[in-house]
Ligand binder design. Structure first.
Ligand code: SF4
Length: 345
C-alpha cells in the first residue's frame, strides 16, 4: 500500500479513495476568473486543483484565490525556486516542480527547506518529453526511462530531506503509460498521480484516459487522478468521477442504466436518459435508475433498479422491481421525475 500524504485537507495514498484533480485554464493572477473556475470544478466533484504559476503575480494571487475556494491548491512551477518558495508562502498546499530545472543544488535546498517548514508535499515526475538525457540515450522513450527519470527526481528531493512526495510518469501513449506506472508501483511506496498526458480533445481524450487510468486503478495502482482534456476542465472532473465509478471505487452516486434502444422503442428514451443523467449527475446517494426503451423487455432487464421507466406508444410503465404504475405516455416523464425527486430526497 502506498504511503499516506496530506495535501491541505485531503489525504491521498494509504488506501484512501483516489482523489480527483483538475487544473485551471485561466491566468492565476486573475483572481476573479480563477475562483469562478475553481468553484465550478468543486461543484463537479474536483477535490484538488492545480494552477500554473508563471510569475510573482501568480504566486501572490494564490492567497487571495484560497480565501474563496474550499479545496487544496497545487502550484505548478517550472524553472524558478524563487516562485516555488513564493507560492508556498502564499498558501499553496502542494508543489508540482521538476527538480532538474529549478536551478541548482542551492535553489533546490531553498525549496526543500520551505516545503518542509510548511508541511507541503511535492509532486515530481517524468513524461516522454522530460526524460533525463542519459536515460533517453540508454533506454529510449520507454517505461524504464520514464521510471528512472522520475525516481532520480525523487532521490534529489530525498537528499534534501523531503519525504512527502507524489510521483507521476505520463505519456500520451496509453500502453506506455500503463507499463511505466506498473513498473513504478513496484519500485516505490510514494503515492502515484495517474494521468495520460496530452490525451487530446474530449472524445478521444476520455477514451485514452479511461483505459489508461482505469486499467491501473483496477490493479490497485494510483492515489490521485487527473484526466487531461483540451476542453473545459469541468469535463475532466466528470470524466474522472466516471472512471472511479466504472472501476467500483465510488458507489455514492446515482447510476443511470439505459438500454441502447432498438426498433421496439416508441418513445423518446434517448432524450429522457440524457435528462435523467443531467438531473442526477451531482446526487451523492447510492441509487440505480433505469430508463428502458420498451415495456416488453425493459422492466425485466432492469429489475434490480431502485426506480425505472419503460416506455410505450400509449403508456409507460414505472417500476421498482415490480411494476408500480402505468401512466399515459404524455404524462409519463412528469410522473417519473416526481418519483425520482422523492427518491433523491
Ligand atoms: S429494452 Fe426494449 S427497446 Fe431497449 S433494447 Fe431492449 S428490446 Fe430494444
Amino acid at each position: 500500500m502506498s504511503k499516506k500524504i496530506k495535501i491541505g485537507s485531503v489525504c491521498i495514498g494509504g488506501g484512501e479513495r483516489p482523489a480527483v484533480q483538475s487544473m485551471t485554464t485561466v491566468k492565476t493572477s486573475d483572481v476573479e476568473k480563477s475562483v469562478a473556475q475553481i468553484l465550478r470544478l468543486e461543484e463537479a466533484g474536483c477535490q484538488i486543483v492545480r494552477v500554473a504559476v508563471l510569475d510573482e503575480e501568480d504566486a501572490r494571487a494564490i492567497s487571495a484565490v484560497k480565501q474563496s475556494i474550499h479545496i487544496p491548491l497545487v502550484a505548478d512551477i517550472h524553472f524558478s525556486a524563487r516562485l516555488a518558495v513564493a507560492a508556498v508562502e502564499s498558501g499553496a498546499d502542494k508543489l508540482r516542480v521538476n527538480p532538474g530545472n529549478i536551478g541548482g543544488e542551492r535553489e533546490l535546498s531553498l525549496v526543500a527547506d520551505c516545503v518542509k517548514a510548511h508541511g507541503v508535499p511535492v509532486r515530481v515526475g517524468a513524461n516522454t518529453g522530460s526524460i533525463e538525457p542519459r536515460f533517453l540515450k540508454q533506454y529510449g522513450r520507454s517505461a524504464k526511462a520514464l521510471v528512472l527519470s522520475a525516481l532520480e527526481n525523487v532521490r534529489i528531493l530525498e537528499r534534501h530531506g523531503v519525504r512527502d512526495i507524489v510521483i507521476s510518469v505520463k505519456a500520451s501513449n496509453v500502453p506506455l503509460t500503463v507499463r511505466a506506472y506498473e513498473m513504478l508501483a513496484g519500485e516505490t511506496d510514494y503515492p502515484l498521480h495517474l494521468g495520460v498526458t496530452e490525451a487530446g480533445t474530449e472524445h478521444m481524450g476520455i477514451i485514452k484516459s479511461s483505459i489508461g487510468i482505469g486499467s491501473l486503478l483496477l490493479k490497485g495502482i494510483g492515489d490521485t487522478i487527473r484526466v487531461s482534456l483540451t476542453s473545459d476542465p469541468v469535463k475532466e472532473v466528470y470524466a474522472a468521477r466516471g472512471i472511479l465509478r466504472a472501476c467500483g471505487l465510488d458507489e455514492d452516486y446515482a447510476e443511470v442504466v439505459s438500454c441502447p434502444t432498438c426498433g421496439r422503442c416508441q418513445y423518446d428514451c434517448m432524450g429522457l436518459a440524457e435528462r435523467v443523467n443531467e438531473r442526477v449527475k451531482n446526487v451523492k446517494k447510492k441509487l440505480k435508475i433505469a430508463v428502458m426503451g420498451c415495456v416488453v423487455n425493459g422492466p425485466g432487464e432492469a429489475r434490480e433498479a431502485d426506480l425505472g421507466i419503460a416506455g410505450g406508444k400509449e403508456y409507460c410503465v414505472i417500476f421498482r422491481g415490480e411494476e408500480t404504475e402505468r401512466v399515459p405516455a404524455d404524462r409519463a416523464e412528469e410522473v417519473f421525475f416526481s418519483r425520482l425527486e422523492e427518491l433523491i430526497k
